[in-house]
Design a protein around this ligand. Sequence first.
Ligand code: NAD
Length: 368
Amino acid sequence: MKSFKITTLPGDGIGPEVMDAALAILGLVGSEYELNFEIITELAGGASFDKFNEPITESALQSCLESDAVLLGAVGGPKWDNLPQNKKPEKGLLKLREVLGLFSNLRPAKIFAPLADASSLKKDVIVGSDVMVVRELTGGIYFGEPRGHNKQEGFNTLRYKKYEVERIAKVAFELAKKRNGHVTSVDKANVLDSSQFWRDVVHEVHQDYKDVPLSDMYVDNAAMQLVRDPKQFDVILTQNLFGDILSDITAMITGSMGMLPSASIGENHAMYEPVHGTAPEIVGLNKANPIAMIGSVAMMLEITLNQPEAAHRINMAIETVLEKGIRTIDIASPNSTIVSTDGMRNEIIHAFQDSDQSIKSSRELVKE
Ligand code: NAD
């Protein structure tokens, strides 16, 4: 029996609610595929601050470092908004990304056909779009020194080293190659020196991936093009700040923040988390959509744990449930059946179990 150590950081707000749903699916995967998941739960964000006065502790970080993968819910909320910068929940997340060396953030935004009506964009604009944002995660303006503010000024530094651009560009080209797609590198090279540098390095790396088409786009244009015609994009490669903003725009193509999984990957570690935050206004109401968190488990199974069939079955189960018109409130449409977080979890579990039968029968057919 294969064994995997997974550290879970449910975090704050709806984080623990969606994590519970995700772990139920993971448990099912474990029993069906004879995989042993050793689950270690640690605190992160506001929950960690409340108990340890730190947004993440050394022992939580150590557990993550020793794990095959980390699952994170979400951190933050109004309760901790006024803490000093170094105690804020988000600081715990930044520390985690830094310590684990998670330099690439992959955010797929694929339209689930039954949800096309949930998007604020027109159906014919979005149906068929399948965008993967590859965001650089441990460099750029979020980490650059010097930084600071006083009563007269505030400043941050945007700096990229060559190796940082090279390694993230390779991730984007490799992904585009697997998807038979193309890369759009997004920058602001008409204004920023750091962006001209980014563009030069991306083109240098491209010499090793000549079969993958590459184009450049300014970030302001990219924001506009994403809502005008998202189908023109396949893999979007971009720096930390631009990726943060553009991936929220791509999120809305799919209709709800509650739908989007993500992966953060480094040389030796990986963390999977939904794109959404802690949704303070629906905490404890059993209303949170668990699909992004469950989709993050599917990404973990596929990318880090090498279990593509289980991952595919989870994604198919999600699609089946949506096709039946079953929805959490955030993605509800006029004729849909509204379910709670637990209800959505149970529906996905049933669809996953049913897909076992169809996989078994198709295996029987192949044998015959
Ligand atoms: P949010 O993603 O929490 O919420 C945005 C909107 O989407 C809200 O209307 C919310 O109710 C809805 N929503 C989000 N996830 C949902 C889900 N799974 N099901 C149903 N509806 C969902 O973003 P926000 O309001 O800007 O931030 C709230 C808190 O979360 C803040 O403290 C912020 O710092 C934190 N946050 C954390 C992360 C993270 O941990 N990675 C990411 C974003 C925001």
